[in-house]
Design a protein around this ligand. Structure first.
Ligand SMILES: NC(=O)c1ccc[n+]([C@@H]2O[C@H](COP(=O)([O-])OP(=O)(O)OC[C@H]3O[C@@H](n4cnc5c(N)ncnc54)[C@H](OP(=O)(O)O)[C@@H]3O)[C@@H](O)[C@H]2O)c1
Length: 300
């Protein structure tokens, strides 16, 4: 049985070994190459050694095209020799705007090869299906994964936005199981705690990678968030002498499924502020106060 762990405890990703509790996300990696290098260096220096990308990133947030954020990360990797070996490199595929999802074996293999080419690497450490394709049999997906693994193009696999039963179905066809799932999770979005995702993670040694841990920035700005949730986060921020955002990230890290929080900021100063979340220990009362404020009412 897992003992209670500090939020700073490294997380294990199968054969990839350990990653930090905070990860750097590339959805908004649409700055200049020098700005991108600065923010990625800052993230790595603070222990965010898992770098999460996707082929579809670059279509919004000032990006220009499908694949643009993988290309941008590829340029950073090319300009900083040695960086590739310091990171656990993750990307995703399976979304095609207009289709919108394809997890057929043929497409996944082609998509993964294209990601490697844009990133300028011979393999990625973690390849994830971005969203479930209801028309792909899990056995077909598992076959594609094993082919990519046997060719040395991918070391481990994960899924994103899958239901617990979709995760189990795919896992049952894999020789070497999935190592991660990537659900949306934050103080403002509690579903994985309640829909079985985190239970399955604990049962099957899957590491949850929490996307939008600040609700896309809304928990930082307060826009569209219940005032009682902002108030409790602010109280804890004063008590801990950190920012409200750092408390919100500490909430994500506190679950015993040991989520990794994929941080989305592209701001070096905020990277430093958010890294303080790994030093905050929230009590059960703190955590349930956040949950009740998020729900907008008391638990029974
Ligand atoms: N699998 C999926 O379907 C999926 C979906 C969405 C995201 N993701 C992954 O999750 C990662 C993170 O998502 P996210 O970008 O939505 O994460 P987030 O950390 O919840 O939000 C980051 C956004 O909040 C803004 N922000 C405003 N004030 C901030 C403050 N005080 N501190 C920190 N950020 C502040 C940031 O702007 P500044 O840059 O100006 O700080 C940035 O635009 C993505 O990069 C991607 O890797 C996955």
């Amino acid at each position: 049985m897992n003992e209670a762990r500090e939020p700073s405890t490294p997380r294990t990703l199968g054969s990839l070994g350990q990653v930090g509790p905070l990860s750097f996300g590339c959805w908004r990696l649409t700055g200049s190459d020098s700005a991108n290098s600065r923010v990625i260096s800052a993230a790595i220096d603070t222990g965010m050694n898992l770098v999460d990308n996707a082929d579809v990133y670059g279509l919004d947030w000032g990006g220009t095209h499908f694949g643009a954020c993988e290309e941008a990360l590829g340029r950073v990797l090319a300009a900083m020799p040695g960086l590739r070996n310091k990171i656990v490199l993750a990307t995703k595929g399976g979304i095609i705007p207009g289709v919108p999802y394809d997890s057929s074996s043929r497409y996944l293999i082609k998509a993964c090869e294209a990601s490697l080419s844009r990133l300028g690497v011979d393999h990625v450490d973690l390849y994830q299906i971005h969203r479930p394709d209801h028309y792909a049999h899990p056995q077909e997906i598992a076959t594609a994964f094993e082919s990519l693994r046997s060719r040395g193009l991918v070391r481990e696999f994960g899924v994103s936005n899958y239901t617990p039963s979709q995760i189990s179905a795919l896992n049952s066809f894999m020789e070497q199981g999935l190592v991660s799932v990537q659900p949306q999770f934050s103080a403002n979005h509690l579903d994985p705690m309640r829909d079985g995702t985190f239970d399955l993670c604990q049962e099957s040694s899957l590491t949850p990678l929490a996307w939008s841990p600040l609700a896309g920035g809304a928990l930082a700005t307060g826009v569209g968030i219940r005032s009682e949730l902002i108030a409790i986060l602010d109280d804890l921020a004063i008590r801990e002498s950190v920012t409200r955002s750092a408390v919100a990230i500490a909430f994500v890290l506190a679950h015993p499924a040991q989520p990794v929080a994929i941080i989305g900021t592209q701001n070096v100063t905020r990277i430093g502020e958010l890294s303080r979340s790994t030093k905050i220990s929230l009590s059960r009362t703190d955590l349930y106060n956040i949950i009740q404020a998020s729900d907008g009412g008391p638990l029974p």
